[in-house]
Design a protein. Structure first.
Length: 114
């Protein structure tokens, strides 16, 4: 008798809490997706800058400085038309020289600094 009463109380408590749990579930948001926000495309071009020299190098893309150790690479994303500058004196380039202007042709390319 006690066991049946306990089971009945557990079932009643579960039934009472089910509606509040269902509305607070994070999975409820998965059913209401907005396809236009998921379909937005990134206009930036991604490419790799590689320091094939023997000294530390720094470069600037869209006002942000990126350090590069010797024989290291870094992936960069920038809008087309952005100019990439050196921030350190290199073997071939001086500080402030433009390395390249980003355009869609450099998508996925590896650009050597030296």
């Amino acid at each position: 008798m006690i066991r049946q009463t306990a089971i009945a109380l557990v079932l009643a408590a579960t039934a009472a809490l089910a509606p509040t749990t269902a509305t607070a579930a994070p999975l409820a948001n998965l059913l209401h997706l907005h396809p236009h926000t998921a379909a937005q495309q990134d206009a930036r071009v991604s490419f790799y800058l590689h320091n094939n020299g023997y000294q530390y190098a720094e470069f600037v893309v869209d006002g942000k400085a990126y350090p590069l150790q010797p024989n290291a690479s870094v992936a960069v994303k920038a809008l087309p038309g952005t100019v990439v500058y050196t921030r350190t004196n290199l073997l071939v380039r001086k500080r402030g020289d433009a390395i390249l202007t980003v355009d869609p042709k450099v998508q996925g390319a590896r650009i050597n600094l030296n």
